[in-house]
Design a protein around this ligand. Sequence first.
Ligand code: C2E
Ligand code: MG
Ligand code: MG
Length: 584
Amino acid sequence: MSVWTLSVGRLTLTVRGNDGDERDAAAEHDARMAAVVAIAADAIVTLDDEGAIDSVNPAAERLFGWSAGELLGTSVVMLLAGPYRDDRAWRAWRAVPELAGGREVTAQRRDGTTFPAELSVGEASVAGRPLVTVIVRDLSERKALEAHLEQVALYDALTGLPNRVLFLDRLAARLREQGAAAVGPAVLFIDVDRFRVVNESLGHERGDQLLRLLAARLQGALGPEELAGRFGADEFLALLEAPTVAAAARRAAQLVEALGELVELGDARAFPSVTIGVAHPEHGAVDAHALTRDAEAAMRRARELGHTIEVFGDELRGRAHERLALENALHEALRNEEFLLHYQPIVEMGSRRIVGVEALVRWEHPTRGLVPPGEFIRAAEESGLITRLGSWVLAEACRQAAQWARSLGPVAPRVSVNLSVRDLLHADLVANVARKLCETGVDPAQLSLEITEDMLEADDAERVSEVLLGLQGLGLHLAVDDFGTGYSSLSRLKRFPVGTLKIDRSFVAGLGVDEDDLAITEAIVAMARALRLGVVAEGVEYAYQAELLCRMGCEHAQGYLFGRPLPAAETTALLQSQAVAAGR
Ligand code: C2E
Ligand code: MG
Ligand code: MG
C-alpha cells in the first residue's frame, strides 16, 4: 500500500492507494495534480456550493497576504477590488461564459493595496458535486514590462516627450474626434537654431541638457489638452488648441519667447532661439501627416527667409506644386540627356596660369535655355535625383579630364567636381568613383572633389570621415567648398583628409568694403597655411580683390576676373592657347 500526504493551503490531502496497479496509478495521478496546485505561482482557490472559499493554495496566501485560515469560508470577492468586491456583482458576472478564458480585474491584498490580475473561473463536477476553481494571476510584472516597452517605443528617451510616432497617432486621433467640418488643432514644427554649435562648443552632455530643458519649457507652456513631441535631433512638435491661423501664430510667438529665456548650462549661459513653422487645418491639410509635413515646410521657409515664425499657406502650397513639377522635369532631363558641363578656370595668383578648372553643371532646357545649377540642384538633392545627376557629372568630368591629359600632357588642368551631401552618403560612392577612374583611365591626381562645409558638420562624422578617407585612398584631391559659411570646427577640419579650402565668394566680395570680411579672409588664409592646406579664393571679380588676396598669401583664385565658366570646347581652346604661349 502506498500513502501520499500533501498540503494544499490549509488543506492536507492524504491519499491512500490500495493494492493494485490501477488504483495506485490513479492515486498517484491525483497526488501529482495536488502537488501542481501547491507549487503553482498563480493563486488557486476553490469555492463550495455556496460560493464560499473552501481551499486555497500557498500562492494565494502569498499574493493576498491573508492566511488560509482567514480565507476559508469567506466570499471570493474579498480578493477583488472596486466594482468586483460585491457578491451580487460577482454572481452576475460569473454567469458570463467568457470568464473561463480569463479576464483582467483589479485584485486587492489584505492591506488594501491593489494590483492588476487575470481572473479565470472554471467549473466542474467532481463525484457529483460542483467544483468552482478561481485562478488569479498577478499581472503587475507583465503590466510594468508592457508599460516600459511602450515607453521605449513611443517616448523619446532623452526628453520623455512622445516621439514622432505617438505624436502623429495622437494628432490623428484628435483630428478624427473633431470631425472634418471643425477647424482643428494647429501643428507647430519647432527647430532649435544652431544647436550644433552648442553641441560642438559645450559638448554633447550640455547639448542634451539644453534639449531636456527646452522640452520641459515647451511642455510647461502647453495646456492640458495640448501635446508636445520630439520629432528629431533638435526638432520638436506641438499640437495646439488654436481655432484660427492667427491664434496659432500668436501662440507660436509666445513659445518663441518662453523657449528663448536664459539657460545655464554648467558655466555657460545662453539664450536659445528657435524657428517655428505653423500649419493649421484652416489653411489646407487636415490629416496628421500632411499637417506635420506642412509645418515642417513652413519652418524651412522661415529659415530661408531668416524669419522666426512662418505659417504654411497658399504661397508655400504653390511652391510645393512648383517643386513637384521641377522634379518631374528633372527626371525627363536626365532621360533626355539635357545636362552639360561648363568649366571655370582656377588660376595661380602670381602667374595667372590656369592650373585647374571647376566643372559646373548646366541644364540645357528645351524652352527655357541654359538653366544654372542654383535653380535645380536643391530639388535634385531633395528628390534623390542628385545621385544619378552626380554620377553623370563625375563620368563626364573624368572623360573630359582624360581627354585633356591626352591632348595637353603636363599642362592639363586638374578638374574639380562638386559633390552633394547625398552623393557623399551614398553607399557606393567610393566604388563608383573608382569605377569611373578605371573606365576613363584618368589619373586620380588630376581630379579634385569639392565638398561643402556642411558635409563636415554632418552628424555622422564617422561615416563622412570613412568615405573621405576612401576617396583619398584612391589618390583624389579633396577641397572644402564655400568655406567660412558653415560652422565646421578646426578639430573636424584636421580630422578629415582635405587638401584645399575654397574661400566663399561672399567674403571675397566684401574685401575692401567690409572690414569683417577682410579679417575673415585673412584668418582663413592664415589658417590654411598653418594647417598646410591649399587655398583658393572664389568669386574674384576685381583686380583690387586679387591684389589684396595676393598680399595675404592666397595662392589660387577663381572668378570672373580670370574667366567665366565656359563650354568644354572653348575651355579646350583657352587651355591650348595657354600651352602655346608657355611654349613660346
Ligand atoms: P560653387 O561650387 O561654389 O561654384 C562656384 C559658383 O560661383 C558657380 O556658380 C560660378 O559660376 C560662380 N562664380 C564663379 N566666379 C564668380 C564671380 O566672379 N562672381 C560671381 N558672382 N559668381 C562667380 P554656378 O555655376 O551657378 O554654380 C552654383 C553652385 O551650384 C556651385 O557653387 C555648386 O555648389 C553647385 N553646382 C554646380 N555644379 C554642380 C554639380 O555638378 N554637382 C553639384 N552637386 N553641385 C553643383
Ligand atoms: Mg564648387
Ligand atoms: Mg564655391
